[in-house]
Design a protein around this ligand. Sequence first.
Ligand code: UDP
Ligand code: MG
Length: 319
Amino acid sequence: MNTPQISIVAPLYNESESFPHLVERLTKLMDSLTLRIEVVLVDDGSRDNTALQMRQLALTDGRFHCVFLSRNHGHQLALTAGLAAARGTEALFIIDGDLQDPPELLPDFYQKMQEGYDVVYAVRRKRKENIIKRTGYFLFYRLLKSISYVDIPLDSGDFAMISRRVADVLNQMPEESRFLRGMRSWIGFKQTGYEYERSERVAGESKYTFKQLFRLAYNGIFNFSEFPISFMTRAGGVSIGIALVYFIVVLAKKLFFADVIEGFTALLFVIILFSGVQLMALGIIGEYVLRIFFQSKGRPLFIVKETIVDGKLNEPNNK
Ligand code: UDP
Ligand code: MG
């Protein structure tokens, strides 16, 4: 195949139920366009039939380019692996493998790129997830926006089209705890939003556990704002202020109003409150130390087990 102009990148983890739908929609899309398109599918260590299905497909249809990771690395790293493997010379179109992000929007996004944008990110107008998740997302994006030093657009996930040069920069960013939607904003260049309605997943259940979602949110907050640490410093200042005022009040009482027995409850309250504050402060420092620790190991971000490119099987780590 000639070098593709556009790579569609989709990470898959236990998506064997949605897989046939995904392939059908992508094939139809590619057939209807004259652009040279490759699809980069990343198997994130699935335990079901996903890898087998991918393999069968990629060996027969050269437009599908598959990367198989050695184990489950999580969505952000699977996506990172896909971006690194993609060969599209003009643009990379990032979608979820569960068809929550309609691939048919590709021409619209590409059109925006032609207008001179480097990043076209999708903005979710409506979500079809349950109310708890929706509220969580809603609050998280607003919190992140208010504290982040990067202008991360509201309600935009990883669904986006990025130019080759933005992908090249992303591929050069070695950070271990990845929050791609933040990194994408951090890179800069001309960016614009594209509103769409997020559908429900076509089959199966969400592969993101609550723990993974929290980790993603944590990565957003700790990697794209200084808020936790500056909040801690401020909280420390405030508590010193309170202690000073309290000290002055007690002193004045003692000097001017004879002897006052201070309440035991107040003492207990202060101890509990400030030991809580201290624990939280330690936890926040721990979070930063942990990030330094992980990054300092300098491990590769993901391990590729094998790839199928242009219908041919390669095993990069098996030589
Ligand atoms: N995914 C992945 N690795 C994981 C979890 C999820 O590659 O550890 C993929 C998943 O197959 C899907 C995409 O990431 O294509 C988004 O995941 P999901 O739909 O579960 O997340 P949600 O849409 O519920 O936030
Ligand atoms: Mg989904």
